[in-house]
Design a protein around this ligand. Structure first.
Ligand SMILES: Nc1ncnc2c1ncn2[C@@H]1O[C@H](COP(=O)(O)OP(=O)(O)O)[C@@H](O)[C@H]1O
Ligand SMILES: [Mg+2]
Length: 458
């Protein structure tokens, strides 16, 4: 029993079942209509026949037409009986039977229910009977009873019923078979998708589903599925790239540290100069590695959605002022300027805002010569806040601007070695800006300077 229920849970069976039930219901309903329609028609036919025979006899007795026949006349009955399905009785005014065609015996009193159609139905008899009262000037002359035996018609109906029943059975079986085969056909691509999905593993995303030529819902599903696999593939590749880049970035400072340790091991124990140089270098590399690991951690946590924004009302002017003050301390030989009009508050994560602005300004410091200018401005822009950091540093080649947000991307790797960047700063900036539903735009010209604009909702 349980297996059966489970089986019907399958879509193919549900489709088949629904299809068969609806189809059968329609067919059965149609058959009932046909049977009842035919029965009604046949009965109506019989009533008309009975009526016309009765009226005819009545006319003859009363002499309405050109021939008149006496109520005792045997021919009245004999002439009117067309076949053995019709039985006619004629009685006088007292109800005494004068004439009876005796084709069959209706067993209905000749005086019963005058001038109304009677339907006599029981197991072996199906009769239509009508009694006619013959009266002349209000005086009853006699009675005529016309009865029609409906057995022949009922046999026909029975046969019709059996034929329809057989047709129904064939129809139902066919509907189950077609329903099943149609559902199998429809669901075939879904099975294919399921099988393909089973083959997908993290290491093998090189599977594709056959989309097929017809542009229907299922081919759409297959297309969507293929696109999803493609996106996953890209994302996996990115992730792999990220991990390998990160390892590579970490290996360089480690080998530097290793080199200095070997140096100390060999000469440094006695050579103060070598020792001092090594300590400074190792300190630098450790600082760089610590920063790098922190950034990697930030991006990894950002990717997995662990970082929750702690939004609050932040006084943006104050925040920028603090960062400019810090910048001035780090790079006193740049010309700093900060423009703003009035106080601007922003609903954002203050800590992340600081981190973002620091990374942008850090770049401006790094890529601007001594004596260069760094200009920061904050202004309202419709319902947004626009923060612009502009420098007159070395700039970025036009074709590279699009890539600077990529992880580990540095325009000039050799130069970056001296500036100490890891190429993750702007990736983090982008993550923070997007987490706040903002936008970031970079305009730059090689040798002239760079302008970074951040647009944030208030
Ligand atoms: N203000 C700027 N002027 C010139 N180049 C810039 C500026 N900001 C970013 N860049 C370029 O974009 C690259 C990526 O920046 P970022 O992600 O912050 O990495 P990093 O600062 O660690 O090198 C930098 O290496 C640099 O080549
Ligand atoms: Mg940077």
């Amino acid at each position: 029993m349980k297996i059966n229920i489970l089986k019907f849970r399958k879509i193919s069976w549900r489709i088949t079942f629904t299809y068969a039930v609806v189809f059968s219901a329609v067919v059965i309903l149609l058959n009932f209509l046909v049977l009842y329609g035919v029965r009604f028609y046949l009965r109506q036919q019989a009533i008309t026949q009975v009526d016309s025979i009765g009226k005819n006899i009545e006319g003859k007795i009363l002499g309405v037409g050109d021939e008149q026949k006496d109520i005792y006349d045997k021919e009245l009955v004999n002439d009117s009986v067309i076949n053995s399905d019709i039985n006619i009785k004629i009685a006088d005014s007292s109800g005494k039977i004068l004439n009876n065609s005796k084709n069959f015996n209706p067993q209905v009193s000749i005086k019963a229910n005058p001038n109304n159609v009677m339907v006599v139905e029981n197991e072996e008899k199906h009769l239509i009977v009508k009694n006619f009262v013959i009266s002349d000037n209000g005086k009853i002359i006699g009675y005529v009873q016309v009865a029609k035996n409906m057995n022949r018609e009922y046999s026909f109906l029975k046969l019709l019923f059996i034929v329809l029943l057989v047709a129904d059975a064939i129809g139902m079986i066919t509907s189950v078979i077609t329903g099943f085969s149609i559902s199998q056909k429809i669901l075939k691509p879904i099975k294919e998708i399921t099988n393909t999905a089973k083959r997908i593993t993290a290491t093998d995303l090189n599977v594709k589903i056959n989309v097929g030529e017809v542009d229907d819902e299922l081919s759409n599903l297959a297309k969507t599925f293929n696109e999803m696999i493609e996106r996953l593939k890209i994302s996996f590749e990115k992730q792999n790239q990220f991990v390998s880049d990160a390892s590579h970035e970490l290996r360089t400072p480690l080998s530097v540290i290793n080199g200095y340790i070997n140096l100390i091991d060999r000469w440094g124990k006695n050579d103060k100069e070598v020792l001092q140089e090594s300590i400074v270098a190792i300190k630098n590399e450790v600082k760089y590695m610590t920063e790098l690991v922190e950034r990697l951690l930030f991006l990894a946590r950002g990717d997995s959605g662990v970082i929750k924004l702690q939004k609050e009302v932040v006084n943006l002017n104050q925040l920028v002022e603090e960062i400019v003050k810090e910048g001035k301390l780090v790079a006193p030989n740049r010309n700093w300027s900060y423009n703003h009009k009035g106080r601007i508050d922003i609903f954002a994560d203050g800590r992340l805002m600081k981190q973002m602005l620091r990374a942008i300004i850090d770049n401006s410091i790094k890529f601007t010569q001594e004596g260069g200018t760094i200009n920061i401005s904050v202004e309202k822009h419709l319902d947004k806040v626009k923060i612009v950091v502009k420098d007159n540093g070395i700039g970025i080649p036009r074709e590279e601007i699009g890539k600077i947000f990529d992880r580990f991307y540095r325009v000039d790797k050799v130069r970056s070695k001296t500036t100490g960047g890891s190429g993750l700063g702007l990736s983090i900036v982008k993550w923070i800006v997007e987490a706040h539903n903002g936008e970031i735009l970079v305009e730059s010209e090689l040798g002239k300077g760079t302008e970074v604009s951040v647009l944030l909702p208030m």
